[in-house]
Design a protein around this ligand. Sequence first.
Ligand code: DUC
Ligand code: ZN
Ligand code: ZN
Length: 478
Amino acid sequence: MSFDLVIKGGTCVTASEMFEADIGIQDGQIAALGTDLSAPDEIDARDKFVMPGGIEAHAHIAQNSATGGMTADDYTSGSISAAFGGNTCIIPFAAQHRGMGVTETLDLYDSRAQGASVLDYSYHLIVSDPTEKVLTEELPAAFKRGITSFKLFMTYDKMLINDAQFLDVLSVAKEHGALTMVHAENAGMIKWMTDRLLAHGLTAPKYHALSHPALAEEEAIHRAICMAKLVDAPLLIVHVSTPEGAALVQNARAAGATIYGETCPQYLFLTREDMDKPGMEGAAFMCSPPLRDKATQDSLWQHIQAGTFDVVSSDHSPYCMDETGKLANGPDAPFTVIANGMPGIGARLPLLFSEGVGKGRLTLPEFVALSSTNAARLYGLLPQKGTLAIGADADIVIWDPAAKGVISAQNQHDNAGYSPFEGWEVTGLPITTLSRGMRVVEQGALHAKAGHGQFLVRAKFDAGSRKGTAVPEQNFDL
Ligand code: DUC
Ligand code: ZN
Ligand code: ZN
């Protein structure tokens, strides 16, 4: 057999096993896993881990924010930062704003992504206006286009939908085999807390954390899970930031419901004390749900180890600390009109590897599951992406477990201009990122051009062996 490229002598890691093998790549796909493979082009991977590239399934790129601005990254800078961080595929959001059609929304994001990304990509569709036409015509059309995941918001005046609308979207998603994702926070509780803080003149960025209480997340996750169970539809709770929220996900899945969970590095590595900075500096750490505390970090790690979370995603949501981003509403704007979110697409995997695998909290296969394989399964990309198997795309990251680095805005390759993880020391770094067998990043240099990345038509959601929930009231013949 002849190959275009062979990765030689590495330790291959998948979500289920580790083995020593060479990887033969031909026409962008994995063609062989074996010993003594050779090709005109070879990469020496001795003493390295060879893993499926990360799949970043929660990122806001070239997206208009709820406060009106635009994210600092477009598909070129966002995907480059992702590639330097060991990712080979990205799934950002295409956001339907009220009054926009879904097809119009997807066409708009196609125009932003086509020819721009260095990595293969898809979008999750944010649905904020589920009209009859959207439900009956446009969501099925989006699904046919290969967009097999939708995101709903339970907060943000411009994005939130009510419970009946939530159930409508879940029903359509279930009918077509799409996975619904939800930003679960109680809008009324946030508004009530915000009004009280503002009435006391408490407008600094750090008060954002108090305005989004943990109970708002707990209540909304509970409600979202109940709605998913009523429809018996799969639901993924994104960016879970509280022990109470995580416990609700854990209990639902233990009962067999098709409920899935995601958490993010910021909830594992930062706390709301990071927001307590002079002037507007704290705005750099504003995200929703907000940063919590040390006890929460410990609990979320326990939930990762217990299998509560399927994915750890960055929720990369980059805004510069200037008038183009966080300070678009003035240098002294109250926290209510500062864009939510922080960059992190390049830091996610080095942090998770160093703090997870390096500190004995995760096995290597667990790292691969959380960073790549589970996302591929949930979002209809397995076995094309997310694994090392014959016939899979050669989307591969070669990881040097001994390499040491310090996370800094200077080495993240995104456009935010800062990193919330500035100064974090990590051991273990991605050194080569291959997309369909092509070097995107090697030894610190970018090799791919904008436009290498292709749109991925995703398959439908597969619940595997989960039995779901039977709701007696759904049986109208009772
Ligand atoms: N929700 C997200 O998922 N990302 C950024 C901000 C937000 O509210
Ligand atoms: Zn969200
Ligand atoms: Zn997000």
